[in-house]
Ligand binder design. Structure first.
Ligand SMILES: [Zn+2]
Ligand SMILES: [Zn+2]
Ligand SMILES: [Zn+2]
Length: 340
């Protein structure tokens, strides 16, 4: 029998169709021959991108020249600009504002790798440090409310045709994204009710039950969420409660790098390099005191990373209802990923 499962945080329903449960092999991705152009992100091609806004580089190397480990540049397709002021106004009943924000690309290696698990662990740690640095920096702009860190891997996940060079992106916006708002509301509601963080409760239960745990280290936990929307969906959370990603501790960075490397390698092996997205969900910037709104955010929200493989189609029913249909029970996905 299929099951209707409810996501405990935002209340979204998912149909887990255990009835026609597929085997992991059924999800393996086929790759047509893809040709890549000249890569603007490789070391030595610094002039092919916009001037960098941040980099971690070797001593003595110059800005916008080779000698870097991680480089952050504005996106050439940016839709938002840091120059400007938020001018929110009404057009009749509609709301409009100027596109204030930032869109940056984090180039995660000077060498031409395509997936994060191919990087040595210390390099992934540098990538995490660069991300933290950018979020802190962008957060100083009082016009910005949120900073979404995400990755598009593979064409179907929004990756580019010209180059597979490993990179993630940051988009900072003057508003909090709806998906995050739903989580913030759900977490606050739960906290008000139980005086506990919903993500901490969820982690505790998953660690007890074990069946949806993919990997655990001293500081990090990777699970297949109970109401997974997609086959092989993965969430990564710090075990110690923390609302803001930028407060990540040294030992957590080490563990997160290891979990990233391991879990994404498992995913790639299991499904033959599937397209996927991942995004960081962290608390919004809190510039102004908002009475009654941010009061408990440090206690009630818990940062995490969601990895969503793009191997099934999202169709009319999903678009129209907000339900998802997932033909792969997360328990089976977790078991498969654990053992691979
Ligand atoms: Zn490259
Ligand atoms: Zn928590
Ligand atoms: Zn989330």
């Amino acid at each position: 029998m299929p099951e209707l499962r409810k996501d405990p945080i935002i209340g979204r329903w998912v149909i887990i169709s255990t009835e026609r449960a597929k085997r992991p092999n059924d999800f393996k991705v086929l790759h047509p021959e893809e040709e890549e152009g000249v890569c603007p992100f490789c070391e030595g091609h610094e002039k092919d991108t916009l001037p960098e806004v941040f980099s971690i580089r070797k001593k003595g190397s110059k800005k916008n020249a080779s000698g870097w480990d991680v480089r952050v540049v504005p996106s050439i397709s940016q839709k938002l600009s840091v120059n400007g002021v938020v001018d929110r106004r009404g057009v009749g009943m509609y709301d409009v504002m100027d596109p204030v924000g930032a869109h940056e690309v984090i180039i995660e290696s000077p060498k031409h790798y395509a997936d994060i698990y191919e990087l040595p662990r210390p390099q992934i740690e540098l990538v995490i440090k660069a991300s933290v640095n950018r979020i802190i920096e962008l957060g100083k702009n009082v016009d910005l409310k949120y900073c979404l860190l995400f990755k598009n891997h593979g064409l179907r996940a929004g990756g580019s045709k010209t180059s597979k060079h490993i990179r993630s992106q940051i988009i900072a916006t003057p508003v909090t994204p709806t998906r995050v708002k739903e989580e913030l509301r759900g977490s606050r509601f739960y906290y008000k009710f139980k005086d506990r963080c919903i993500f901490c409760d969820l982690s505790r239960q998953e660690l007890e039950e074990k069946k949806r745990v993919i990997m655990e280290t001293r500081h990090m936990l990777a699970i297949a969420p109970y109401a997974s929307r997609f086959p092989f969906e993965i969430w990564i959370l710090p075990k110690k409660h923390c609302s803001d990603f930028v407060d990540i501790r040294k030992e957590e960075i080490k563990d997160l790098a290891l979990v990233f490397k391991t879990v994404l390698r498992k995913l790639s092996t299991a499904l033959n390099d599937p397209p996927y997205n991942y995004m960081l969900h962290t608390a919004p910037f809190r510039h102004a005191e908002r009475p009654g709104y941010w009061n408990t955010i440090k206690e009630d929200y818990h940062w995490h990373i969601e990895i969503t493989p793009r191997i099934t189609e999202v169709a009319g029913f999903e678009w129209g209802s907000g339900f998802y249909i997932n033909p792969m029970p997360p328990e089976d996905a977790a078991k498969y990923l654990r053992e691979i």
